[in-house]
Ligand binder design. Structure first.
Ligand code: DX5
Ligand code: ZN
Length: 222
């Protein structure tokens, strides 16, 4: 079953209430909260994402999917677990060693959220294999993290299918999320490759009717 997680990274201040209510009405499956610390990636969205996610927590029961693009993952987990997200995802590249990865996995579980590990385009998919038995989702970045509105890197399609094959071979129950440049042109290819949770920001937020785009990305029967 395909799920859509709408990235709220580019939602303008002052418009957030209208956008979040409209997204809830459009039945997005998740709100995707892009947390950036200005160190792991250039932009700093920490405060804005904290305000937005706190607001969403107050007005909606729809689940949040927090994507930590931060160096200090421990603090990110602490701060954003306050909004009780369904999923907290951290970047493998921000961890110094296996002990730190396992510590982050445990910390997220102790907060009651599902665990995601994200990998950047240049990180080999094999590097996440040893953690798969302990997590719920693998986020394959289909753009360099840090910005919305980029073009999907099509080399990542093979990475998605390689992961899907590995998951099936080892009977693992793992969601495959793709994030970056997902739109009506690229959605079918990432789904065919094996992704089942699609993050989209620009493709949805630029539409006049969010529900039309969300349903098309899910490929509902017309
Ligand atoms: C990029 C973020 C993505 C991005 C997606 O670092 O992780 O979630 O906001 O935006 P679009 O769908 O516009 O590429
Ligand atoms: Zn993201």
């Amino acid at each position: 079953m395909i799920e859509i997680s709408t990235s709220i990274l580019t939602v303008e201040k002052g418009k957030e209430a209208d956008v979040f209510f409209a997204l809830e009405k459009s039945k997005t499956d998740y709100f995707h909260i892009d947390v950036m610390d200005g160190k792991f990636v250039e932009k700093d969205t920490y405060q804005k994402m904290l305000e937005y996610s706190s607001y969403i927590k107050r007005i909606s029961n729809l689940p949040m999917d927090v994507h930590l693009m931060v160096e200090d993952i421990e603090t990110g987990i602490e701060v954003f677990s306050a909004v009780e997200p369904n999923i907290i995802t951290f970047h493998l590249e921000a961890c110094k060693n296996k002990e730190e990865v396992m510590k982050n996995i445990r910390a997220i579980k102790e907060k009651g959220s599902r665990v995601g590990i994200a990998i950047k385009p240049n990180t080999k998919i094999e590097e996440v294999y040893e953690y798969l038995p302990y997590i719920h989702m693998c986020l394959i970045m289909t753009v360099e993290p840090g910005l919305g509105g980029q073009t999907l890197i099509t080399d990542m399609l093979e990475k998605i299918s390689t992961l899907k094959t590995h998951i099936e071979k080892h009977n693992l129950e793992i969601d495959i999320q793709v994030d970056g440049g997902v739109n009506l042109k690229t959605a079918q290819r990432v789904k065919d490759a094996g992704a089942n949770i699609l993050v989209a920001g620009t493709a949805i937020l630029m539409a006049s009717d969010y529900k039309v785009i969300i349903d098309e990305l899910k490929d509902f029967e017309k």
